[in-house]
Design a protein. Structure first.
Length: 173
């Protein structure tokens, strides 16, 4: 199974992905540390390093799927092109795709989480709240094949244990 996380920065995607991965014994491939590594290698930040990170994540996920294992991809997946990437990978590998969209319905809590986090990723600044608000405006509607894929929407305002259990029930169902 290919599990693709989606949601705004600071919404709780990584926390949920990491816990689900721990419970299920699955690898979690996160796009942000990949982009940080690309930038650490000296690739200019003006280059499309975000796209490169998504492509590297796709190749890693494909390798894991080829070995017969399930995998979780942790990325914002804000636009259809990003989500369609996972649809295409699942189709090529003949595997099940499940999207887990994470939202935080309380803007105050979302902002507090975002401002408190420090992922210590070299060359990647933590997004500021105004950038997340701008991302919300750019967050694309689910259309095309990704809209037809199985998806659960989890509100991370709930306790993490609840969000993880809801995600696990969706993945197991």
């Amino acid at each position: 199974m290919l599990i693709a996380m989606a949601g705004l920065p600071g919404s709780g995607k990584s926390t949920i992905a990491d816990e689900v991965g721990r419970v299920l014994g699955l690898a979690v491939i996160s796009v942000d540390p990949i982009e940080s590594a690309i930038l650490s290698a000296g690739i200019d930040a003006d280059e499309p390093t975000g796209l490169a990170a998504y492509l590297v994540a796709e190749k890693l996920a494909e390798s894991i799927l080829r070995s017969g294992q399930s995998v979780i991809v942790d990325a914002v997946n804000a636009v259809d092109a990003a989500r369609e990437q996972w649809v295409g990978l699942a189709a090529r590998r003949g595997t099940t795709l499940r999207f887990v969209e994470v939202v935080c319905s309380d803007a105050r809590v979302h902002r507090e989480r975002l401002e408190a986090r420090d992922r210590r990723l070299p060359h990647i600044a933590e997004p500021q709240w105004h950038q997340v608000e701008q991302s919300l405006d750019e967050y694309g509607e689910w259309t095309g094949a990704s809209a037809r894929a199985e998806r659960v929407r989890v509100d991370s305002i709930e306790p993490i244990a609840h969000s993880v259990e809801r995600t696990l029930a969706f993945l197991r169902g």
